[in-house]
Design a protein around this ligand. Structure first.
Ligand SMILES: Nc1nc2c(ncn2[C@@H]2O[C@H](COP(=O)(O)OP(=O)(O)OP(=O)(O)O)[C@@H](O)[C@H]2O)c(=O)[nH]1
Ligand SMILES: [Mg+2]
Length: 463
């Protein structure tokens, strides 16, 4: 069918009804009324391919390509033989399904054109289109869940509510400007707008503080595995990623460089980094490895600190506990602290009574990379930490997954700041207009009619 559609296009190009050519070739740009087609399933070898055509000449294209040549009943699937419209050569068999429409000209769809049409026809807002794109690219359950919520319009709805508040506030300020002196508007109208703006500022500020989480959920949280040499860091990375990413050996100092691998950890997207064991370097190469490990540690969203449970009294273990672990845990929870999970590995080497832990070892998880014991508890702990780091897409308010969302919410917040500082009521109205403009970039609508509606709904003026 794919080959047959291209044949039809080639024939149309020679006839009076030319297919629209791509923009940039000097030819007229593609009209929205043209018939377009695209391979809707993936490229390459596959058992079943889905080909979609849309537009007025779809019925004609189907008749040319199928045998028998009459169209099946609208909206009912029908098994047909596909034939090359020029040679009559059989191409394949296909389930044909068509939905009647109206207008001529068949051309291949440009990348994203079906989605653009849905967008242009107001079926999807830009934020929902972003959700659709994220859904297509989702690789983990949490990403899929978040994308579905965005596609369902949750973020758009939230912003829509805020935009409505601003529309109303703006209508009231404009009513004050236009009719304040003549029509005896209710008193305290501007004070009420002030308090609505203050409430909105708090809501926006809370949401913006969470912005990094949504972006981590979209692009992956940075989880860095660290510890003294030979603790089993690379073994843990291989276990979590279920593939041999790093070399494992009994020789301390095996890993030198930072090794990064994308993994799905408990449903969350993670960029997992294996790093060199932290010790004063034995040579320039290892020293450089330790420097890179420390650098990576600073950028971590979550630290997985690994110690050898059977070697807790060694100087390297004590030094690691005193420096990295205590330092990370000691930071006050003021938003800047780093999250850390302490893993005591090689539990299989411990005597039956468990590890000989001094009071100085903070809360931890026992694990054996060798036997896999303790892995389920570690994954559960990781799930909780990652839900805090990335935001929980299963509950709570919708997340801001893109810099664009953050930009517009910040723009809105800044404009509300200007509103508060404005000395003149006209400038205050302008600030509200700008604030509302930012929100409508995340929703749709919010035109002048909407403002006039509210003016005449809420105030008996000019009648
Ligand atoms: N018994 C036992 N041995 C383990 C376990 N995990 C790792 N090992 C062994 O410990 C040694 C060091 O493991 P690695 O994963 O290379 O340790 P590392 O922390 O990455 O070491 P460096 O890269 O040198 O810093 C290897 O011989 C592993 O087979 C475990 O749970 N139990
Ligand atoms: Mg290693």
């Amino acid at each position: 069918m794919w080959r047959g559609l291209w044949t039809l296009v080639a024939r149309a190009a020679r006839g009076p009804c030319r297919p629209c050519t791509r923009q940039g070739s000097g030819a007229p740009g593609p009209g929205s009324g043209a018939t377009i087609f695209a391979l809707s399933s993936g490229q390459g070898r596959c058992g079943i391919a889905v080909i979609r055509t849309s537009g007025p000449a779809s019925g004609h294209a189907l008749r040319s390509l199928t045998a028998p040549r009459d169209l099946p009943r609208a909206r009912s699937a029908c098994l047909r033989r596909l034939i090359d419209p020029l040679s009559g050569e059989p191409l394949d068999r296909a389930l044909v399904l068509w939905f009647p429409g109206r207008v001529p000209g068949l051309r291949p769809a440009e990348a994203g054109e079906f989605t653009r049409r849905a967008f242009a026809h107001g079926k999807l807002s830009l934020t929902e289109v972003e959700g659709l794109a994220d859904l297509i690219h989702a690789e983990t359950e949490a990403q899929r869940r978040q994308a579905l919520r965005q596609l369902d319009g949750e973020l758009g709805d939230l912003c829509c509510g805020w935009a409505k508040t601003l529309t109303k506030a703006l209508a009231h300020v404009e009513a004050y400007i236009d009719f304040g002196e003549d029509d005896n508007l209710e008193e305290g109208i501007l004070e009420r707008v002030d308090s609505q703006v203050r409430e909105l500022e708090v809501a926006l500020d809370t949401h913006l503080r969470d912005a990094r989480r949504g972006q981590r959920l979209r692009s992956g949280a940075h989880v860095v595995v660290t510890g003294p040499p030979n603790a089993g860091k690379s073994s843990l990375v291989n276990l979590l990623s279920r593939k041999p990413v790093s070399i494992v050996s009994p020789e301390p100092g095996t890993t030198r460089d930072v090794l990064e691998t994308p993994v799905d950890l408990a449903g969350f997207p993670v960029l997992l980094s294996d790093t060199a064991g932290l010790r004063e370097g034995k040579g320039p190469v290892e020293q450089e490895g330790v420097r890179r490990a420390r650098e990576r540690l600073e950028q971590a969203d979550l630290i997985l600190a690994v110690l050898d449970a059977s070697d807790l009294a060694s100087p390297s273990s004590c030094n690691f506990l005193d420096t990295v672990v205590t330092a990370a845990m000691a930071q006050s929870p003021n938003g800047n602290s780093q999250r850390l999970l302490l893993v005591l590995n090689k539990s299989d080497l411990l005597p039956p009574g468990g590890p000989d832990l001094g009071p100085e070892v903070p809360s931890h998880l026992l694990l054996s990379c060798l036997t896999g014991e303790g892995l389920d508890s570690l994954l559960e702990a990781l799930r909780k930490e990652l839900a805090a780091v990335c935001g929980d897409p299963f509950r709570g308010p919708p997340l801001l997954t893109r810099a664009r969302h953050q930009h517009h919410l910040q723009g809105c917040l800044d404009a509300l700041g200007h509103y508060k500082q404005a000395k003149d009521v006209a400038l205050a109205a302008e600030a509200l207009r700008i604030a509302r403009g930012h929100l409508t970039c995340l929703t749709s609508g919010g035109g002048t009619e909407e403002i006039l509606d509210i003016i005449f709904q809420d105030f008996c003026v000019g009648k």
